[in-house]
Design a protein around this ligand. Structure first.
Ligand code: SAH
Ligand code: SF4
Ligand code: F3S
Length: 452
Protein backbone atom coordinates (compact mmCIF):
# COMPACT_ATOMS: atom_id res chain seq x y z
CA UNK A 1 0.00 0.00 0.00
CA UNK A 2 1.30 3.47 -0.81
CA UNK A 3 1.70 5.81 2.06
CA UNK A 4 -0.66 8.79 1.86
CA UNK A 5 0.20 12.35 2.79
CA UNK A 6 -1.88 15.46 3.36
CA UNK A 7 -2.20 18.46 1.08
CA UNK A 8 -3.54 21.82 2.20
CA UNK A 9 -4.31 24.26 -0.57
CA UNK A 10 -5.47 27.87 -0.22
CA UNK A 11 -6.71 29.80 -3.27
CA UNK A 12 -6.97 33.54 -3.89
CA UNK A 13 -8.04 35.42 -7.00
CA UNK A 14 -10.07 34.62 -10.08
CA UNK A 15 -11.77 31.53 -11.47
CA UNK A 16 -8.62 30.80 -13.41
CA UNK A 17 -6.82 30.28 -10.12
CA UNK A 18 -9.70 28.19 -8.77
CA UNK A 19 -9.44 25.91 -11.78
CA UNK A 20 -5.63 25.75 -11.44
CA UNK A 21 -6.05 24.74 -7.79
CA UNK A 22 -8.40 21.92 -8.83
CA UNK A 23 -5.78 20.74 -11.31
CA UNK A 24 -3.01 20.88 -8.68
CA UNK A 25 -5.20 18.99 -6.18
CA UNK A 26 -5.91 16.29 -8.76
CA UNK A 27 -2.23 15.97 -9.75
CA UNK A 28 -1.24 15.69 -6.11
CA UNK A 29 -3.92 13.08 -5.43
CA UNK A 30 -2.30 10.97 -8.16
CA UNK A 31 0.88 11.29 -6.11
CA UNK A 32 -0.99 10.02 -3.01
CA UNK A 33 -1.66 13.39 -1.36
CA UNK A 34 -5.16 13.71 0.11
CA UNK A 35 -6.70 17.11 0.66
CA UNK A 36 -7.04 18.34 4.24
CA UNK A 37 -8.78 21.42 5.58
CA UNK A 38 -6.19 21.83 8.36
CA UNK A 39 -2.81 23.35 7.49
CA UNK A 40 -1.36 22.03 10.80
CA UNK A 41 -1.69 18.46 9.59
CA UNK A 42 -0.43 19.05 6.04
CA UNK A 43 2.72 17.50 4.56
CA UNK A 44 2.47 19.98 1.71
CA UNK A 45 0.93 23.45 1.69
CA UNK A 46 0.17 25.23 -1.59
CA UNK A 47 -0.87 28.89 -1.59
CA UNK A 48 -2.28 29.83 -5.00
CA UNK A 49 -1.90 33.61 -5.01
CA UNK A 50 -3.42 36.62 -6.78
CA UNK A 51 -1.68 39.89 -7.50
CA UNK A 52 -4.47 41.88 -9.12
CA UNK A 53 -4.50 44.57 -6.42
CA UNK A 54 -2.04 45.44 -3.67
CA UNK A 55 -4.36 44.04 -1.00
CA UNK A 56 -4.65 40.63 -2.68
CA UNK A 57 -0.87 40.28 -2.82
CA UNK A 58 -0.52 41.41 0.83
CA UNK A 59 -3.01 38.75 1.93
CA UNK A 60 -0.90 36.06 0.29
CA UNK A 61 2.27 37.39 1.89
CA UNK A 62 0.79 37.49 5.36
CA UNK A 63 -0.65 33.98 5.07
CA UNK A 64 2.72 32.67 3.88
CA UNK A 65 4.50 34.49 6.70
CA UNK A 66 2.27 32.73 9.22
CA UNK A 67 3.35 29.30 7.98
CA UNK A 68 6.89 29.91 9.26
CA UNK A 69 5.90 28.45 12.60
CA UNK A 70 4.52 25.26 10.99
CA UNK A 71 7.76 24.75 9.10
CA UNK A 72 9.77 25.26 12.28
CA UNK A 73 7.76 22.58 14.01
CA UNK A 74 7.96 20.17 11.04
CA UNK A 75 10.95 20.82 8.77
CA UNK A 76 9.80 18.06 6.37
CA UNK A 77 6.71 20.14 5.49
CA UNK A 78 6.89 21.41 1.87
CA UNK A 79 5.50 24.91 1.28
CA UNK A 80 4.78 26.00 -2.30
CA UNK A 81 3.64 29.38 -3.64
CA UNK A 82 1.75 29.27 -6.94
CA UNK A 83 -0.22 31.81 -8.97
CA UNK A 84 0.37 35.40 -9.94
CA UNK A 85 2.45 36.57 -6.93
CA UNK A 86 4.71 33.57 -7.53
CA UNK A 87 5.14 34.54 -11.17
CA UNK A 88 5.69 38.19 -10.32
CA UNK A 89 8.13 37.87 -7.45
CA UNK A 90 9.87 34.64 -8.49
CA UNK A 91 12.97 33.73 -6.54
CA UNK A 92 12.75 36.88 -4.45
CA UNK A 93 10.04 35.03 -2.54
CA UNK A 94 12.56 32.33 -1.61
CA UNK A 95 15.03 35.01 -0.56
CA UNK A 96 12.51 36.92 1.54
CA UNK A 97 10.98 33.84 3.14
CA UNK A 98 13.53 31.12 3.97
CA UNK A 99 10.77 28.73 5.05
CA UNK A 100 9.37 28.47 1.49
CA UNK A 101 10.41 25.55 -0.73
CA UNK A 102 8.80 26.15 -4.12
CA UNK A 103 7.70 29.04 -6.29
CA UNK A 104 5.59 27.90 -9.23
CA UNK A 105 4.18 30.15 -11.97
CA UNK A 106 0.84 29.52 -13.69
CA UNK A 107 2.44 27.74 -16.67
CA UNK A 108 4.31 25.35 -14.38
CA UNK A 109 1.58 23.89 -12.21
CA UNK A 110 1.78 20.54 -13.99
CA UNK A 111 5.24 20.05 -12.48
CA UNK A 112 3.99 20.42 -8.89
CA UNK A 113 4.18 16.73 -7.80
CA UNK A 114 7.70 16.30 -9.20
CA UNK A 115 8.94 19.51 -7.56
CA UNK A 116 7.32 18.67 -4.22
CA UNK A 117 8.98 15.25 -4.33
CA UNK A 118 12.44 16.69 -4.90
CA UNK A 119 11.89 19.30 -2.18
CA UNK A 120 10.90 16.54 0.20
CA UNK A 121 13.70 14.12 -0.67
CA UNK A 122 16.61 16.44 -1.42
CA UNK A 123 15.43 19.63 0.30
CA UNK A 124 15.83 21.47 -3.03
CA UNK A 125 14.32 24.94 -3.22
CA UNK A 126 13.08 25.66 -6.76
CA UNK A 127 11.65 28.57 -8.70
CA UNK A 128 9.68 27.40 -11.75
CA UNK A 129 8.41 30.54 -13.43
CA UNK A 130 9.23 30.13 -17.11
CA UNK A 131 6.62 31.92 -19.20
CA UNK A 132 6.65 31.02 -22.89
CA UNK A 133 4.48 32.19 -25.74
CA UNK A 134 4.85 28.66 -27.15
CA UNK A 135 3.36 27.11 -24.02
CA UNK A 136 0.83 24.37 -24.79
CA UNK A 137 -1.92 23.84 -22.20
CA UNK A 138 -1.83 20.07 -21.68
CA UNK A 139 -4.95 17.99 -22.28
CA UNK A 140 -6.17 17.10 -18.83
CA UNK A 141 -9.38 15.36 -17.86
CA UNK A 142 -10.83 16.63 -14.60
CA UNK A 143 -11.77 14.34 -11.78
CA UNK A 144 -15.46 14.57 -10.94
CA UNK A 145 -16.14 13.40 -7.42
CA UNK A 146 -19.26 13.49 -5.31
CA UNK A 147 -19.09 17.07 -4.01
CA UNK A 148 -22.08 19.40 -4.00
CA UNK A 149 -20.79 21.72 -6.72
CA UNK A 150 -20.31 18.90 -9.18
CA UNK A 151 -23.12 19.93 -11.44
CA UNK A 152 -21.13 22.97 -12.60
CA UNK A 153 -17.50 23.29 -13.52
CA UNK A 154 -14.97 25.70 -15.00
CA UNK A 155 -13.21 24.83 -18.23
CA UNK A 156 -10.11 26.84 -19.11
CA UNK A 157 -10.06 27.63 -22.83
CA UNK A 158 -7.12 30.01 -22.89
CA UNK A 159 -4.52 31.62 -20.67
CA UNK A 160 -2.72 34.93 -20.67
CA UNK A 161 -3.59 38.35 -22.04
CA UNK A 162 -2.23 40.56 -24.82
CA UNK A 163 -4.12 43.72 -23.93
CA UNK A 164 -1.87 45.56 -21.50
CA UNK A 165 -4.48 47.75 -19.86
CA UNK A 166 -2.24 50.24 -18.11
CA UNK A 167 -3.45 49.36 -14.58
CA UNK A 168 -3.20 45.59 -14.95
CA UNK A 169 -0.65 43.04 -13.81
CA UNK A 170 -2.17 40.03 -15.62
CA UNK A 171 -0.23 40.27 -18.92
CA UNK A 172 2.93 40.29 -16.79
CA UNK A 173 1.95 37.31 -14.64
CA UNK A 174 0.09 35.11 -17.12
CA UNK A 175 2.07 35.91 -20.25
CA UNK A 176 0.74 36.10 -23.81
CA UNK A 177 -2.55 34.60 -24.94
CA UNK A 178 -2.38 30.85 -25.49
CA UNK A 179 -5.53 29.06 -26.65
CA UNK A 180 -6.17 25.45 -25.83
CA UNK A 181 -6.76 23.02 -28.67
CA UNK A 182 -10.49 22.90 -29.45
CA UNK A 183 -10.52 19.10 -29.39
CA UNK A 184 -9.06 19.09 -25.85
CA UNK A 185 -11.75 21.52 -24.71
CA UNK A 186 -14.58 19.52 -26.28
CA UNK A 187 -13.20 16.26 -24.86
CA UNK A 188 -13.10 17.85 -21.43
CA UNK A 189 -16.69 19.11 -21.70
CA UNK A 190 -17.88 15.67 -22.93
CA UNK A 191 -16.08 13.99 -20.06
CA UNK A 192 -17.72 16.39 -17.57
CA UNK A 193 -21.18 15.84 -19.10
CA UNK A 194 -20.69 12.05 -18.95
CA UNK A 195 -20.00 12.43 -15.22
CA UNK A 196 -23.12 14.41 -14.48
CA UNK A 197 -21.92 18.00 -14.94
CA UNK A 198 -24.75 20.13 -16.34
CA UNK A 199 -23.25 23.62 -16.54
CA UNK A 200 -19.85 24.75 -17.77
CA UNK A 201 -18.21 28.18 -17.62
CA UNK A 202 -15.53 28.70 -20.24
CA UNK A 203 -12.60 30.64 -18.80
CA UNK A 204 -10.07 33.03 -20.26
CA UNK A 205 -8.85 36.58 -19.59
CA UNK A 206 -10.29 37.57 -22.94
CA UNK A 207 -12.30 34.71 -24.42
CA UNK A 208 -13.23 36.79 -27.48
CA UNK A 209 -9.74 36.38 -28.87
CA UNK A 210 -9.88 32.59 -28.53
CA UNK A 211 -8.07 30.94 -31.44
CA UNK A 212 -6.31 34.07 -32.68
CA UNK A 213 -2.94 32.75 -31.53
CA UNK A 214 -3.53 29.40 -33.24
CA UNK A 215 -2.75 30.49 -36.78
CA UNK A 216 -4.97 31.26 -39.75
CA UNK A 217 -8.50 29.89 -40.00
CA UNK A 218 -8.68 26.36 -41.23
CA UNK A 219 -5.54 25.01 -39.61
CA UNK A 220 -7.49 23.74 -36.62
CA UNK A 221 -10.51 22.38 -38.47
CA UNK A 222 -13.83 24.11 -38.06
CA UNK A 223 -13.29 25.63 -34.64
CA UNK A 224 -11.02 28.61 -35.03
CA UNK A 225 -12.78 31.33 -33.09
CA UNK A 226 -14.86 31.80 -29.97
CA UNK A 227 -18.33 31.72 -31.56
CA UNK A 228 -17.43 28.42 -33.28
CA UNK A 229 -16.16 27.01 -29.99
CA UNK A 230 -19.36 28.05 -28.22
CA UNK A 231 -21.45 26.27 -30.85
CA UNK A 232 -19.46 23.09 -30.36
CA UNK A 233 -19.74 23.30 -26.56
CA UNK A 234 -23.51 23.84 -26.50
CA UNK A 235 -23.85 20.83 -28.81
CA UNK A 236 -22.42 18.49 -26.15
CA UNK A 237 -25.19 16.24 -24.94
CA UNK A 238 -25.97 16.45 -21.23
CA UNK A 239 -24.83 20.08 -20.86
CA UNK A 240 -27.83 22.30 -20.08
CA UNK A 241 -26.14 25.65 -19.52
CA UNK A 242 -23.04 27.35 -20.88
CA UNK A 243 -21.45 30.55 -19.56
CA UNK A 244 -18.14 32.27 -20.23
CA UNK A 245 -15.93 34.88 -18.67
CA UNK A 246 -14.32 37.36 -19.36
CA UNK A 247 -14.69 39.27 -22.61
CA UNK A 248 -13.04 42.49 -23.58
CA UNK A 249 -15.58 44.96 -25.05
CA UNK A 250 -13.26 45.91 -27.92
CA UNK A 251 -13.38 42.35 -29.29
CA UNK A 252 -17.10 41.70 -28.88
CA UNK A 253 -17.91 40.61 -32.44
CA UNK A 254 -21.30 40.58 -34.21
CA UNK A 255 -20.86 36.79 -34.48
CA UNK A 256 -20.64 36.47 -30.70
CA UNK A 257 -23.67 38.71 -30.22
CA UNK A 258 -25.47 36.48 -32.69
CA UNK A 259 -24.70 33.44 -30.52
CA UNK A 260 -27.05 34.91 -27.90
CA UNK A 261 -29.84 34.89 -30.47
CA UNK A 262 -29.10 31.37 -31.76
CA UNK A 263 -27.93 29.25 -28.84
CA UNK A 264 -30.57 28.50 -26.24
CA UNK A 265 -28.18 26.84 -23.82
CA UNK A 266 -26.00 29.95 -23.74
CA UNK A 267 -27.13 31.72 -20.56
CA UNK A 268 -28.43 35.28 -20.95
CA UNK A 269 -25.66 36.70 -18.80
CA UNK A 270 -22.78 38.78 -20.10
CA UNK A 271 -19.93 40.02 -17.93
CA UNK A 272 -18.61 42.98 -19.89
CA UNK A 273 -16.09 44.96 -17.84
CA UNK A 274 -16.31 48.68 -18.65
CA UNK A 275 -13.84 50.00 -16.01
CA UNK A 276 -14.81 53.66 -16.51
CA UNK A 277 -17.52 55.80 -18.12
CA UNK A 278 -15.09 58.55 -19.13
CA UNK A 279 -13.47 58.50 -22.56
CA UNK A 280 -10.43 60.32 -21.24
CA UNK A 281 -9.85 57.68 -18.56
CA UNK A 282 -10.62 54.79 -20.93
CA UNK A 283 -7.90 56.09 -23.24
CA UNK A 284 -5.41 56.40 -20.36
CA UNK A 285 -6.33 52.85 -19.35
CA UNK A 286 -5.55 51.68 -22.91
CA UNK A 287 -8.95 49.99 -23.17
CA UNK A 288 -9.23 50.73 -26.92
CA UNK A 289 -12.97 51.50 -26.91
CA UNK A 290 -15.00 54.61 -26.18
CA UNK A 291 -18.04 54.99 -23.99
CA UNK A 292 -20.17 55.18 -27.16
CA UNK A 293 -18.62 51.95 -28.57
CA UNK A 294 -19.39 50.21 -25.32
CA UNK A 295 -22.97 51.44 -25.11
CA UNK A 296 -23.59 50.40 -28.74
CA UNK A 297 -22.54 46.85 -27.88
CA UNK A 298 -24.77 46.76 -24.82
CA UNK A 299 -27.68 47.90 -27.01
CA UNK A 300 -26.95 45.21 -29.61
CA UNK A 301 -26.83 42.51 -26.94
CA UNK A 302 -30.14 43.66 -25.53
CA UNK A 303 -31.68 43.78 -28.99
CA UNK A 304 -30.92 40.10 -29.66
CA UNK A 305 -31.61 38.90 -26.11
CA UNK A 306 -33.85 41.31 -24.19
CA UNK A 307 -33.63 39.24 -20.98
CA UNK A 308 -29.81 39.42 -20.90
CA UNK A 309 -28.25 40.42 -17.56
CA UNK A 310 -25.19 42.56 -18.04
CA UNK A 311 -22.60 42.72 -15.28
CA UNK A 312 -19.35 44.62 -15.12
CA UNK A 313 -16.11 45.59 -13.39
CA UNK A 314 -15.35 49.21 -12.49
CA UNK A 315 -12.26 50.97 -11.20
CA UNK A 316 -12.51 54.26 -9.30
CA UNK A 317 -9.63 56.62 -8.67
CA UNK A 318 -7.51 55.73 -11.70
CA UNK A 319 -4.62 58.25 -11.90
CA UNK A 320 -5.96 61.57 -13.17
CA UNK A 321 -9.64 60.69 -12.58
CA UNK A 322 -11.49 63.98 -11.88
CA UNK A 323 -14.92 64.48 -10.32
CA UNK A 324 -16.27 64.90 -13.86
CA UNK A 325 -14.73 61.59 -14.95
CA UNK A 326 -16.22 59.87 -11.93
CA UNK A 327 -19.62 61.47 -12.67
CA UNK A 328 -19.39 60.02 -16.18
CA UNK A 329 -18.95 56.55 -14.63
CA UNK A 330 -21.96 57.11 -12.34
CA UNK A 331 -24.04 58.23 -15.33
CA UNK A 332 -23.04 55.17 -17.30
CA UNK A 333 -23.99 52.91 -14.40
CA UNK A 334 -27.37 54.63 -14.16
CA UNK A 335 -27.88 54.32 -17.89
CA UNK A 336 -26.85 50.68 -18.38
CA UNK A 337 -28.47 49.42 -15.17
CA UNK A 338 -26.12 46.51 -14.55
CA UNK A 339 -27.51 43.42 -12.90
CA UNK A 340 -24.48 43.55 -10.62
CA UNK A 341 -20.98 45.00 -10.65
CA UNK A 342 -17.60 44.46 -9.03
CA UNK A 343 -15.97 47.77 -8.25
CA UNK A 344 -12.49 48.47 -6.99
CA UNK A 345 -10.23 51.30 -5.88
CA UNK A 346 -7.35 51.68 -8.30
CA UNK A 347 -4.15 50.15 -6.95
CA UNK A 348 -0.59 50.53 -8.33
CA UNK A 349 0.81 47.24 -9.63
CA UNK A 350 4.40 46.28 -10.38
CA UNK A 351 5.24 46.49 -14.12
CA UNK A 352 1.86 48.04 -14.97
CA UNK A 353 2.29 51.34 -16.87
CA UNK A 354 -0.14 53.34 -14.72
CA UNK A 355 2.05 52.87 -11.66
CA UNK A 356 4.29 55.56 -13.20
CA UNK A 357 1.43 57.95 -14.07
CA UNK A 358 1.14 61.34 -12.35
CA UNK A 359 -1.98 62.67 -10.63
CA UNK A 360 -2.57 59.79 -8.27
CA UNK A 361 -5.97 60.15 -6.60
CA UNK A 362 -5.84 60.41 -2.79
CA UNK A 363 -7.03 57.38 -0.84
CA UNK A 364 -9.95 59.20 0.82
CA UNK A 365 -11.26 60.37 -2.56
CA UNK A 366 -11.09 56.83 -3.90
CA UNK A 367 -12.95 55.53 -0.84
CA UNK A 368 -15.70 58.12 -1.17
CA UNK A 369 -16.17 57.41 -4.88
CA UNK A 370 -16.20 53.68 -4.32
CA UNK A 371 -18.86 53.89 -1.66
CA UNK A 372 -21.09 56.19 -3.77
CA UNK A 373 -20.76 53.85 -6.71
CA UNK A 374 -21.42 50.71 -4.70
CA UNK A 375 -24.43 52.24 -2.99
CA UNK A 376 -25.96 53.20 -6.30
CA UNK A 377 -25.26 49.82 -7.89
CA UNK A 378 -26.76 48.02 -4.91
CA UNK A 379 -29.99 50.01 -5.36
CA UNK A 380 -30.11 49.14 -9.06
CA UNK A 381 -29.47 45.44 -8.39
CA UNK A 382 -32.27 45.41 -5.83
CA UNK A 383 -34.66 47.22 -8.17
CA UNK A 384 -34.00 44.62 -10.87
CA UNK A 385 -34.53 41.85 -8.29
CA UNK A 386 -37.84 43.38 -7.18
CA UNK A 387 -39.02 43.65 -10.79
CA UNK A 388 -38.62 39.86 -11.10
CA UNK A 389 -41.05 39.14 -8.24
CA UNK A 390 -44.27 37.59 -9.57
CA UNK A 391 -42.57 35.89 -12.50
CA UNK A 392 -41.56 32.27 -12.95
CA UNK A 393 -37.91 31.56 -13.72
CA UNK A 394 -35.88 28.51 -14.61
CA UNK A 395 -33.54 27.57 -11.78
CA UNK A 396 -30.69 25.07 -11.78
CA UNK A 397 -30.65 23.38 -8.38
CA UNK A 398 -27.35 23.80 -6.52
CA UNK A 399 -28.16 22.16 -3.18
CA UNK A 400 -29.79 22.91 0.14
CA UNK A 401 -29.93 26.60 0.98
CA UNK A 402 -27.43 27.76 3.60
CA UNK A 403 -29.74 30.19 5.37
CA UNK A 404 -33.19 28.79 5.62
CA UNK A 405 -34.21 25.38 6.92
CA UNK A 406 -35.31 22.85 4.36
CA UNK A 407 -35.13 25.25 1.43
CA UNK A 408 -33.27 24.64 -1.80
CA UNK A 409 -30.91 27.01 -3.50
CA UNK A 410 -30.14 27.47 -7.18
CA UNK A 411 -29.40 29.99 -9.88
CA UNK A 412 -31.38 31.65 -12.63
CA UNK A 413 -29.98 31.75 -16.19
CA UNK A 414 -28.88 35.31 -15.35
CA UNK A 415 -26.91 33.89 -12.40
CA UNK A 416 -29.06 35.25 -9.57
CA UNK A 417 -29.34 33.11 -6.44
CA UNK A 418 -32.85 31.82 -5.69
CA UNK A 419 -33.82 30.12 -2.42
CA UNK A 420 -37.01 28.15 -2.78
CA UNK A 421 -39.24 25.48 -1.30
CA UNK A 422 -39.37 22.21 -3.21
CA UNK A 423 -39.55 18.43 -2.69
CA UNK A 424 -36.76 16.46 -0.98
CA UNK A 425 -36.19 14.50 -4.18
CA UNK A 426 -34.41 17.37 -5.96
CA UNK A 427 -30.79 16.88 -7.03
CA UNK A 428 -28.03 19.38 -7.92
CA UNK A 429 -27.99 20.07 -11.64
CA UNK A 430 -31.75 19.59 -12.11
CA UNK A 431 -33.73 22.37 -13.81
CA UNK A 432 -36.97 23.48 -12.17
CA UNK A 433 -39.42 26.35 -12.57
CA UNK A 434 -39.66 28.62 -9.56
CA UNK A 435 -42.31 31.24 -8.88
CA UNK A 436 -40.59 34.27 -7.33
CA UNK A 437 -42.27 35.71 -4.24
CA UNK A 438 -39.72 38.05 -2.71
CA UNK A 439 -36.50 39.91 -3.47
CA UNK A 440 -34.00 39.89 -0.59
CA UNK A 441 -30.71 41.79 -0.37
CA UNK A 442 -28.58 39.41 -2.41
CA UNK A 443 -31.02 36.72 -3.45
CA UNK A 444 -34.56 35.93 -4.52
CA UNK A 445 -37.03 33.74 -2.72
CA UNK A 446 -39.74 31.56 -4.22
CA UNK A 447 -41.66 28.32 -4.52
CA UNK A 448 -41.09 25.54 -7.02
CA UNK A 449 -43.82 25.04 -9.57
CA UNK A 450 -42.57 22.03 -11.52
CA UNK A 451 -39.53 20.14 -12.75
CA UNK A 452 -38.61 20.90 -16.35
N1 SAH B 1 -9.47 39.88 -17.85
C1 SAH B 1 -10.49 40.54 -17.20
C2 SAH B 1 -10.16 41.21 -15.90
C3 SAH B 1 -9.36 40.47 -14.92
S1 SAH B 1 -8.98 41.40 -13.52
C4 SAH B 1 -10.92 41.63 -18.09
O1 SAH B 1 -10.15 42.18 -18.81
O2 SAH B 1 -12.07 41.94 -18.04
C5 SAH B 1 -10.54 41.73 -12.79
C6 SAH B 1 -10.80 43.16 -12.53
O3 SAH B 1 -9.91 43.67 -11.57
C7 SAH B 1 -10.62 44.07 -13.71
O4 SAH B 1 -11.70 44.04 -14.59
C8 SAH B 1 -10.46 45.42 -13.04
O5 SAH B 1 -11.71 46.03 -12.81
C9 SAH B 1 -9.84 45.08 -11.71
N2 SAH B 1 -8.44 45.50 -11.65
C10 SAH B 1 -7.42 45.05 -12.41
N3 SAH B 1 -6.28 45.69 -12.09
C11 SAH B 1 -6.59 46.58 -11.11
C12 SAH B 1 -5.84 47.55 -10.38
N4 SAH B 1 -4.55 47.75 -10.59
N5 SAH B 1 -6.49 48.28 -9.45
C13 SAH B 1 -7.82 48.10 -9.22
N6 SAH B 1 -8.56 47.21 -9.88
C14 SAH B 1 -7.97 46.46 -10.83
FE1 SF4 C 1 -5.93 42.91 -17.46
FE2 SF4 C 1 -6.90 44.29 -19.47
FE3 SF4 C 1 -5.95 41.84 -19.88
FE4 SF4 C 1 -8.20 42.16 -18.55
S1 SF4 C 1 -7.85 42.73 -20.69
S2 SF4 C 1 -6.52 40.85 -17.98
S3 SF4 C 1 -7.88 44.05 -17.43
S4 SF4 C 1 -4.78 43.64 -19.27
FE1 F3S D 1 -5.40 37.45 -9.76
FE2 F3S D 1 -3.80 36.37 -11.48
FE3 F3S D 1 -6.40 35.92 -11.62
S1 F3S D 1 -3.63 38.39 -10.67
S2 F3S D 1 -7.24 37.82 -10.85
S3 F3S D 1 -5.07 35.29 -10.00
S4 F3S D 1 -5.00 36.14 -13.33
Amino acid sequence: MTETRNLYIETFGCQMNERDSEIMTQLMSQAAYLETSRPEEADCIVVNTCSIRGKAAQKAYSLLGGYRRLKKRRPELVIAVAGCVAQQDGENLLKKMPHLDLVIGPQNIYRLPELVESARRQATRTTATELSKDFVIPPFLPQVNGTATNHKRFVTIMQGCNNFCTYCVVPHTRGREVSRKPEDIINEVRHLADHGVREVTLLGQNVNSYGQDRGPAGTTGQIDDFPALLQAVVAVEGIYRVRFTTSHPKDLSPELIDCFAQLNKLCPHFHLPVQSGSDRILARMNRKYSRADYLARVAQLRRVRPDIAITTDLIVGFPGETEADFEATMELVNFVRYDSAFSFKYSDRPNAAAAAFDDKVPEEVKSRRLSLLQQRQEEISREIGRSMVGSTVEVMVEGRSKNSDGQWSGRTPTNRIVNFTGPDSLRPGELVDVYLEEACRHSLRGRMRRAK
